[in-house]
Design a protein around this ligand. Structure first.
Ligand SMILES: [Zn+2]
Length: 89
């Protein structure tokens, strides 16, 4: 399923985990729970080609605003600059 036994970045062992992946399409975002092989040392995540195809489908649907079957989850915001003085007021 995953073409690596060890992390291609640092060579450490990979462990299968359930992770949350944030996807963007156009101005929309979605979070999807998927299985990934996660490096225990550097945190690199590897996804199967099937999962990557699923990400592409979700991104395409987000771009086209076709969100039937997706659950609303809070709101997302754009903050034009990271200024501590503005944000703490
Ligand atoms: Zn690694």
């Amino acid at each position: 399923m995953i073409p690596f036994e060890n992390c291609p970045i640092c060579g450490n062992k990979l462990k299968e985990k359930e992770v949350e992946k944030l996807l963007r399409g156009g101005v929309n975002t979605a979070i999807v729970k998927v299985h990934a092989e996660v490096c225990l040392r550097c945190g690199e995540r590897l996804y199967s080609s099937e999962t990557v195809r699923c990400f592409e489908q979700i991104r395409a649907r987000l771009t086209r605003q076709e969100t039937a079957g997706f659950q609303p989850l809070g709101q997302s915001f754009f903050v034009p600059s990271c200024n501590v003085d503005d944000l703490s007021g």
